[in-house]
Unconditional design. Structure first.
Length: 638
């Protein structure tokens, strides 16, 4: 099957605008590579420190410098259900590494916070910035230069993007990502949503709400809806960084254990000493980034990845933006219905065919690049597979030929929708994204007066006071990364959803984020530039007519141009967002972060000046400033 012309066009455009940065990145990658064990560059004192506490036999392997050493970088903690299963993974990995002739060391842990716990709380203002913090923690873990490959244990919202960004800054090291799997199915998603709306309307008490939530989130593993966490896992599958179809195998099962051991053996195999050297900086290239965007669109994945994928690409010297997402969305069909885009959860999706089915369907339709490097080294079609246990070992069989449930998963020839459901909006309010795959057709165009809020709490106060029983566009501003860390505003969904159900025309426009679990109400999100950076949301006044048109891609304040241009930006009182709950520690992030469309990153593209030495070679210098001149040029010339 030939590659779809839109895929070819977008990939070519990304490659062209990325060329100088990607070249600089690959120069740095090759300079950092060391033939033979990485730890061979260490002095005897360095090396002795690195294995001092190791068991005798493992220490001997490290001393002899003939076999690979694998770093374990983990997001384990036992408060969060998705990460709790990782407690036992290091032993599985170490045993599998020894059996394969290598060793594994726990190199370091990274923080893992849960947006489900911090939703609507001050701690949410640290959430987005935790991604770059995780990337930095990953760099610290790998900085000892003891390792020939790394396995990364992560699953949820910011954790996998942060781990991958960190891994790409050590792009000469092979990388295998190991998921923990979803919890078993709990309360049906439709019932959970119904109870949340009844609580928002004051028709159920807190005890009833808590009981429903506890039945939904009830055991070890990832939440089962298709939010950012499970979107992460789908992207790792299509980028070839998982052993095939390992994303949605539940924790604490024999198959899960066998997949973890298989992933470890793969990391050994693709190390410099394993005979099939496959550095992560070459696995993640322009084609794999396009494949990731396509998978996001085809499965109705989280809007958070309109930032995370851009940030991941930037870490590998690749430049992409919302125009690329928008153009691909026009050509990519929606072939899954997983909550919030349907009633099924990821366990139902896995049973219906899972990631291997989706990858095969998209490859057969010419909507994915097959000629990419993956950890299997065989092109992407090798990942069209499903794992099974045979004599306590994992084997892979070809993905199912037909869907096990066409209400959940369909072929590319008979999709749920002809496009990916993610749209770029633009107009005098700036640029934004909107996810319409979960928004019914009749709600996709809203023209109504603005009601302006400077916080989500102010909107909820107005809702509870009965002031929002009308048609309106809620403008929630000063929620961008520079203002307060860009918290998710998912807690607004039940209130706005109940107003929509009551027959009112409502929409949300914000420079903040919405959760990967949101989607019922039309929401123009990530508005760039944000209000605090002089963005046009600061000019909106109560009563201004607004047009949010997801069909035509319009985001417009219907205010006469002379009046609009003459308006000043409203002042922002952010004093409540600067301190407490650790927010003061993240001031440097707020002061240096890029726009949402540039990935909301605190790091720059690989600069083009080589003036840093590593291993005797000249490397591109990491500029002290968060944005290089090249970033500014791209932004202004887009």
């Amino acid at each position: 099957m030939s590659v779809h012309p839109v895929l070819t066009s977008v990939t070519g455009r990304i490659a062209k605008k990325s060329e100088p940065y990607r070249s600089a990145y690959l120069t740095r990658l090759e300079a950092a590579r060391r033939h033979g064990p990485q730890r061979g560059a260490l002095s005897c004192t360095n090396l002795a420190h690195g294995f001092a506490a190791f068991p005798a036999n493992d220490k001997l392997v490290l001393r002899q410098q003939k076999q690979p050493s694998v770093a374990i970088v983990s997001s384990y903690n036992d408060m969060l259900s998705a990460h709790q299963p990782f407690e036992h993974f290091p032993k599985i990995i170490k045993d599998a590494a020894r059996a394969a002739g290598g060793v594994a060391q726990f190199a370091g842990g990274v923080p893992a916070m849960c947006d489900g716990v911090t939703q609507g709380q001050p701690g949410m203002e640290l959430s987005l910035f935790s991604r770059d913090t995780i990337a930095m923690a990953t760099a610290v873990a790998l900085s000892h230069n003891m390792f020939d490959a790394a396995v990364y244990l992560g699953i949820c919202d910011k954790i996998v993007p942060g781990l991958l960004i960190g891994a790409l800054h050590f792009g000469h090291l092979p990388a295998v990502f190991i998921p923990g799997g979803p919890m078993t199915t709990g309360l049906p998603n439709s019932e959970k949503s119904r109870i949340r709306q009844l609580y928002a309307q004051g028709k159920l008490d807190r005890a009833a709400l808590l009981e429903a939530e506890a039945q939904s989130y009830h055991g070890p593993g990832t939440c089962t809806f298709y939010g950012t966490a499970n979107s992460n896992q789908m992207l790792m599958e299509v980028m070839g960084l998982h052993v095939p179809s390992s994303a949605f195998v539940t924790p604490n099962t024999p198959l899960r254990t066998a997949l973890t051991a298989a992933a470890t053996r793969t990391a050994i195999d693709i190390s410099e000493l394993g005979g099939r050297y496959t550095p992560v900086g070459q696995v993640v290239d322009e084609k794999s980034i396009v494949n990731a965007i396509v998978m996001l669109l085809a499965t109705g994945g989280s809007t958070n990845h309109t930032m995370h994928l851009i940030a991941i690409a930037k870490a590998a010297g690749i430049v992409t933006d919302w125009d690329d997402f928008n153009e691909l969305s026009s050509a990519v069909p929606l072939i899954t219905r997983i909550y919030p885009n349907g009633e099924a959860d990821v366990n139902h999706f896995q049973a219906a065919g899972g990631p291997g089915f989706v990858i095969r369907e998209l490859l057969d339709a010419g909507l994915l690049h097959d000629d990419v490097m993956t950890i299997l080294g065989k092109g992407l079609r090798a990942h069209c597979a499903e794992p099974f246990l045979q004599d306590d070992e994992v084997i892979w069989k070809p993905a199912a030929e037909i869907s096990g449930d066409e209400n959940v998963l369909r072929s590319a020839a008979a999709p749920f929708a002809a496009d990916g459901g993610l749209r770029l909006l633009s107009g005098n309010l700036g640029r934004a994204v909107i996810k319409v795959s979960a928004v019914k057709q009749q709600y996709r165009v809203v023209e109504a007066p603005a009601i302006v809020f400077d916080s989500q709490e102010a909107l909820m106060d107005a809702f509870h006071a009965g002031e929002l029983n009308r048609d309106f566009v809620a403008v929630v501003r000063f929620q961008g990364p520079r203002a307060n860390g860009m918290p998710e505003l998912h807690s607004l969904t039940p209130a706005l959803g109940s107003l929509q159900d009551a027959g009112h025309r409502v929409a949300l426009v914000t420079d903040g984020r919405m959760s990967g679990a949101s989607g019922k109400v039309p929401a123009a999100i990530h508005v760039s530039p944000e209000a605090l950076a002089g963005g046009a949301l600061g000019r909106v006044r109560n009563g201004d007519m607004m047009r949010v048109d997801a069909e035509a891609g319009v985001l417009q304040a219907l205010v006469p141009e002379p009046e609009w241009s003459a308006r000043d930006t409203a002042p922002a009182d952010l004093s409540a967002n600067q301190v407490a709950m650790g927010r003061e520690l993240f001031a440097m992030f707020r002061h240096t972060v890029s726009t949402a469309e540039e990935g909301a990153t605190t790091f720059a593209l690989p600069p083009l000046v080589a003036n840093v030495k590593q291993g005797g070679a000249m490397l591109p210098h990491a500029d002290a400033a968060p944005f290089s001149d090249e970033d500014t040029m791209i932004r202004e010339n887009r």
